[in-house]
Design a protein around this ligand. Structure first.
Ligand SMILES: [Zn+2]
Length: 424
């Protein structure tokens, strides 16, 4: 237990230096009393203190006069004393939430230097790679919210959970390690509330979050730290099977929450991001993806022409960008994809296809994969004449098959031919 005067004199300069507080002596009352009210601290002689007119906290005069003893509850104090790991983890979590990016000198000023000695992110729990059977198991160890896809563990640090419902549901953006993460909300247009609101706050602040991933039939693991570098709006299908607008949060993995460790391409993308919403839903219609009822007003050829034009215009705009980020280069244009889905009419477009399953994925989408004949990573264009719809088998042949080069040449010609035929 420490006297109020000792607490005040230690905290006041920190409030001035790190809390933008002008009068540190007076300001020290606020955290002091908040700790008492939250029952993290106990104090003696509460009954002798005079409260402010609204009764929210003691007056400075009465605190100075009574000078009560205050401190952590005894069991908490003993825990932190005897378990430096627990103390380090708690301190690191608070740093990440409230003092990120970490200011030089702060650990020394707070007397945490020895405890965290230049490696505060290592003290954070859970650590990278921790794996759990399911969400319930995570919740039993780390608390916090239990079910939503976006939420905080008990330490107040944001986590997003990605659960692959099928073998192809992984949100990785091809050719990158970046992740396209669908926002919170099961049915109806997604709104900037709840988890999505937390994501927007993290996007604005450039704050890191934890990305948890559960592969198909696998377990949930804390796969990577990540930052949000872009927010898009796309068409998707809600749990009610109806088309709806979905947020697509573009997450860039980072090695640790410490900004100094973030790759240059991530920092560039953070700099380039103004926080604006990139709304793609005007470029195509839900009916273009066969989400819901097919369109009756428009022929497939007309729809194809409309979508292909939009894709060409978008590709042109991206080529004109002075400093395109990885997101600009590798995020697929949904209108280009929709055009190919129209063109293929639910069939694999490889002339050598030996037949494919007509089933849909669990998400209600065709099992066909729309692939770039020449990869975007090799300067291929994100437009329908460079794209082809393949069944999983043909896709595997194109990706891993011993004759993949020969097949790729055939598909190059095929995609152009099918494209021309639609425009003809
Ligand atoms: Zn096929």
């Amino acid at each position: 237990m420490q006297t109020w005067a000792a607490t005040r004199d230690a905290v006041a300069p920190l409030l001035v230096k790190y809390g933008q507080v002008e009068d540190g002596m007076d300001g020290a009352r606020y955290p002091f009393w908040a700790l008492v009210r939250d029952e993290l601290w106990t104090i003696e002689q509460v009954q002798d203190l005079t409260l402010t007119s609204r009764g929210r906290r003691p007056t400075l005069e009465s605190l100075n006069e009574v000078n009560p003893l205050g401190g952590l509850r005894e069991d908490d104090y003993n825990l932190l004393r005897s378990h430096p790991d627990a103390a380090a983890s708690a301190a690191a979590g608070l740093i990440l939430r409230y003092f990120h990016p970490l200011l030089a000198g702060l650990l020394e000023d707070f007397g945490l230097h020895e405890l965290l000695a230049g490696r505060w992110p290592d003290a954070l729990r859970p650590v990278l790679g921790e794996t759990f059977k399911d969400r319930d198991a995570i919740w039993r160890v780390y608390g916090g919210q239990k079910m939503a896809g976006i939420g905080c563990l008990a330490d107040g640090i944001l986590s997003v959970f990605s659960d692959d419902k099928g073998p192809y549901a992984d949100g990785r953006i091809p050719d990158t390690s970046w992740i396209a993460y669908v926002g919170d909300g099961l049915s109806g247009d997604q709104k900037l509330t709840d988890g999505n609101e937390l994501m927007a706050e993290h996007q604005t602040a450039g704050s890191p979050l934890r990305y948890w991933h559960k592969p198909y039939q696998g377990q949930f693991s804390f796969e990577t730290w990540a930052v949000i570098v872009q927010r898009r709006l796309r068409w998707g299908v809600g749990e009610d099977k109806l088309p709806r607008r979905e947020f697509l949060w573009v997450l860039a993995p980072v090695p640790s929450p410490e900004r100094e460790t973030w790759p240059a391409e991530v920092l560039e993308a953070l700099d380039a991001d103004t926080g604006e919403l990139h709304d793609d839903t005007g470029d195509y219609r839900p009916s273009d993806l066969a989400l819901g009822a097919p369109s009756v007003e428009e022929s497939d050829q007309d729809a194809y022409r409309r979508l292909a034009q939009k894709a060409e215009a978008n590709a042109e705009r991206r080529r004109g960008m002075k400093k395109p980020t990885l997101a600009d280069k590798y995020i697929r244009d949904p209108s280009a994809r929709a055009a190919v889905i129209k063109r293929c009419r639910g069939r694999c477009e490889s002339p050598q296809c030996a037949g494919h399953p007509t089933e849909l994925t669990t998400a209600g989408l065709p099992i066909l994969q729309v692939d770039h004949v020449k990869d975007l990573a090799k300067e291929g264009h994100d437009v329908p004449w460079n794209m082809i719809a393949l069944c999983p088998n043909c896709h595997a042949l194109k990706t891993y098959g011993e004759n993949k080069e020969k097949l790729r040449r055939l598909l190059t010609v095929t995609a152009r031919r099918l494209h021309e035929a639609m425009l003809d």
